[in-house]
Design a protein around this ligand. Structure first.
Ligand code: ADP
Length: 210
């Protein structure tokens, strides 16, 4: 476990070049609208960074499939395109980040999604004398997002639900862009390109070329 002082000093360096990937561990958030390709990119990036990709959407979908208490609570909310409440998400994320595999870092996909969630995450990390290293924003124009979502055809991908999720993103999640930019953590990525091109740009931010 590295201490608070070391963490503080590496955080500013890694915010510039994400060098914590070299020193072992990185704490990264993937931000972007539904359909931006966060999940796909997370799978590639987590292998290069050697940290687990943690998708709150996947965790909730597993809970629904498994018929757990949590799953029963969130099923209808997810199907409508709305967000699960911040208190429930705080529990889910706190528990997940406490697992051993996240001790050296993580790649969060789908969390935080609201300003209170960002504050919750800051609090969880602070308790462990940790800071975020960077927030990668994958940007894609709205028309392209709708087009992709309708191609994908997941249960919650009907056009009306897709539009609702985009509306919720603009209202609740977009304010996080300013929040993280002010904190010097935001890195912007053009997501309106091929998967491979987006991957290459992301890896470049971490000093990985392939
Ligand atoms: P996307 O297709 O946008 O990547 P996700 O798979 O991340 O969607 O999430 C699917 C659904 O799960 C969301 O629409 C929402 O209902 C719920 N969800 C996931 N993460 C969160 C979160 N951090 N806060 C609230 N709800 C969430």
């Amino acid at each position: 476990m590295d201490g608070a002082a070391e963490n503080g000093s590496t955080a500013s360096a890694s915010a510039a070049s994400a060098t914590s990937a070299d020193t072992g561990g990185a704490r990264v958030v993937l931000l972007g609208p539904p359909g931006a390709g966060k999940g796909t990119q997370a799978q590639v990036l987590c292998q290069h960074l050697g940290v687990p990709a943690i998708s709150t959407g996947d965790m909730l979908r597993e809970a629904v499939t498994g018929g757990t208490e949590l799953g029963k609570r969130v099923d209808g909310i997810m199907a409508s395109g709305a967000l699960v409440d911040d208190a429930t998400m705080a529990e889910v994320v706190r528990e997940r980040l406490a697992k051993q595999d996240a001790a050296r870092g993580f790649l969060l996909d789908g969390y935080p999604r609201t300003l209170p969630q960002a504050e919750t995450l800051r609090g969880i990390l602070e308790e462990a004398s940790r800071l975020l290293d960077s927030v990668l924003l994958i940007e894609v124009p709205e028309d392209e997002l709708v087009r992709r979502a309708l191609l994908r055809g997941r249960a919650d991908d009907k056009e009306q639900v897709v539009r609702e999720r985009l509306r919720v993103y603009r209202e609740k999640t977009e304010p996080l862009i300013g929040y993280y930019r002010e904190r010097g953590l935001l890195r912007e990525i053009d997501g309106n390109r091929t998967m491979e091109e987006v991957t290459a740009q992301m890896l470049g931010l971490f000093g990985v070329s392939r």
